[in-house]
Write a protein that binds this ligand. Structure first.
Ligand code: HEM
Ligand code: MTE
Ligand code: MO
Length: 476
């Protein structure tokens, strides 16, 4: 094999466009990735690295620290970087180095950015998910925010922008408390992956958790800031303080109607489960949008914009949307589908776990799980089957009042923001050696879960809410 030519950084830097060829460097080697740009699973972000080093970008998107990524890169090698320029390359520091410590019991789907779910058993053991075990879904490094210097900027108001300190948010507005379940759009994505590969983190059934949030009502803050109903504003945009390498922040928006409704209960939360909001969950302030997909509950909230338009962020426009099973990455048109807001009815079995062994001598089996629906719709029933869905029994539902929150009244119509845990103890069928346990929930709109995954499969693996099935064996 011929020796690779040696290039200077100056030469590499000339190749910054698809027309001139696009070159990058990695660990002292030079690559011409012109032909790969259109194939990149991470999209056009790859253009940011044109003419320079990949290291600082891959430190941010650690998904690249995999053998198969390096194999792809190797196919495009065209030369070496001269030793003098290699020495000049700054060693990029890890943008995740100030991420907070996390509980080792969490099941990590991605370390950088940090994405993890609790063991699913923990969910049904606690009506309020302990904060350490609340699922964590970050797209970027956790930003370090100085609470004393923190400002919440509000734009798009008739009398000009308003800026609030953390103290003002806490003292100028009544503190409102809401118990609300948060669910990631990708919860249960792994079941879609089993039908056909989708793109995204391989979540199990625990990218959902329940907490008590406290803070100022968004409605109160907007009205005090000068918002007047009846104008042309249609959307409330949220911007996080977490940024990618190009300085782009995480962002999302919700419909104005939800944001200012008296019954919407949208919070600018500064407390979670009675304590200061932790770093992973948005310190010092996050949006809590009850009944709405996790992605709109923007953490580390830095700015609110009232607008005629939805957020222009990638996560509002080109992600978190549902598509037909027939749509693939070659045909998908993100503009053709609305952004996910309210989520559909959901339930899953947390106990027993898939593949576990049920003891026959106990003569009965206890099945537990969670059930929740979006948009404030209350779960009114959960059906459980031990024979793959041929025969059913109704589980016992446990809402807030049954879960140690004795004074909790049942939620007003349209404001059932929190999940219900459920449970059913049934005699073991006489000669069954295997059980296929199934659950399905019904909400107060009589919406029910679909019976299988294939008809709701979609390329991004979102909205995965088919009947949950768990196979167990019965010991002799
Ligand atoms: C994902 C390759 C440069 C941003 C990926 C994946 C591959 C890949 C194979 C999918 C990984 C997986 O899911 O297993 C490459 C190669 C690059 C390159 C060969 C250089 C030649 C970049 C750069 C950026 C970037 C410079 C950012 C500035 C991303 C992002 C994803 C991704 C954000 C995740 C997409 C998602 O969430 O599904 N890349 N990449 N990549 N890449 Fe790159
Ligand atoms: N807000 C910011 N600023 N950055 C993020 O990456 N992730 C969103 C949302 N808010 C995210 C964010 C997504 S997709 C989800 S599911 C929830 O936060 C997760 O909230 P949690 O980590 O508190 O469980
Ligand atoms: Mo999410």
């Amino acid at each position: 094999t011929p020796a690779f030519p040696v290039y200077t950084q100056e030469e590499v830097s000339k190749h910054r466009t698809l027309a001139d060829g696009m070159w990058v460097t990695y660990k002292g080697e030079v690559y011409d990735i012109t032909d790969f740009v259109a194939l990149h699973p991470g999209g056009s972000k790859i253009l940011l690295a044109a003419g320079g080093a990949l290291e600082p970008f891959w430190a941010m998107y650690a998904v690249h620290n995999q053998e198969h990524v390096l194999e792809i890169l190797n196919e495009y090698k065209v030369g070496k970087l001269c030793p003098e320029d290699c020495k000049k390359q700054v060693v990029s520091s890890d943008p995740y180095s100030s991420d907070p410590p996390r509980h080792p019991a969490l099941r990590v789907n991605s370390q950088k950015p940090f994405n993890a779910e609790p063991p699913s058993l923990i969910l049904s053991e606690n009506y309020i998910t302990p904060t350490a075990f609340f699922f964590k879904r970050n797209h970027l490094p956790v930003p370090k925010v100085d609470p004393a210097a923190y400002r919440l900027e509000i734009e798009g108001l008739p009398n000009g922008p308003v800026s609030l300190s953390l103290d003002e948010l806490k003292t100028r507005f009544p503190k409102h408390t809401v118990t609300a379940t948060l669910q990631c759009a990708g919860n249960r994505r792994s079941e879609m992956n089993r039908v056909k590969q989708v793109k995204g983190l391989d979540w199990g059934i625990a990218a959902i958790s329940n907490a008590t949030w406290a803070g100022a009502r968004l409605r109160d803050v907007l009205l005090a800031a000068g918002y007047v109903p009846g104008g042309t504003v249609r959307h409330v945009q949220f911007e996080g303080l977490d940024k990618d390498v190009a300085g782009t922040t995480y962002g999302a928006s919700i419909p104005l109607r939800k944001a200012v409704s008296e019954e919407g209960d949208v919070l600018l939360a500064y407390e979670m489960n009675g304590e200061e909001l932790p770093a992973d969950h948005g310190f010092p302030v996050r949006a809590v949008v009850p009944g709405t997909v996790g992605a709109r509950n923007v953490k580390w909230l830095g700015k609110i914009v009232l607008s005629e338009e939805e957020s222009s962020s990638h996560w509002q426009q080109n992600d978190y949307k549902g598509f037909s099973p027939c749509t693939d990455w070659d045909t998908v048109d993100f503009k053709s589908a609305p952004a996910i807001q309210e989520l559909p009815v959901q339930s899953a079995i947390t106990q027993p776990e898939e593949g576990s062994v049920v003891d026959r001598s106990l003569e009965e089996v206890t099945v537990k799980g969670y059930a929740w629906s979006g948009g404030g719709r209350e779960v009114v029933r959960v059906d459980v089957s031990l024979d793959g869905g041929q025969t059913w029994q109704v589980a016992q539902l446990r809402g807030a009042s049954e879960e140690g929150q004795e004074d909790a009244p049942s939620p007003p119509l349209g404001q059932a923001w929190a999940w219900k845990l459920w449970e059913l103890t049934v005699p073991l069928p006489e000669d069954a050696q295997e059980l296929e346990i199934v659950c399905k929930a019904v909400d107060n709109g009589y919406n029910m879960q679909p019976d299988s995954v294939a008809p709701i499969w979609n390329l991004r693996g979102v909205l995965s809410n088919a009947w949950h099935r768990v196979r167990v064996t019965v010991s002799e």
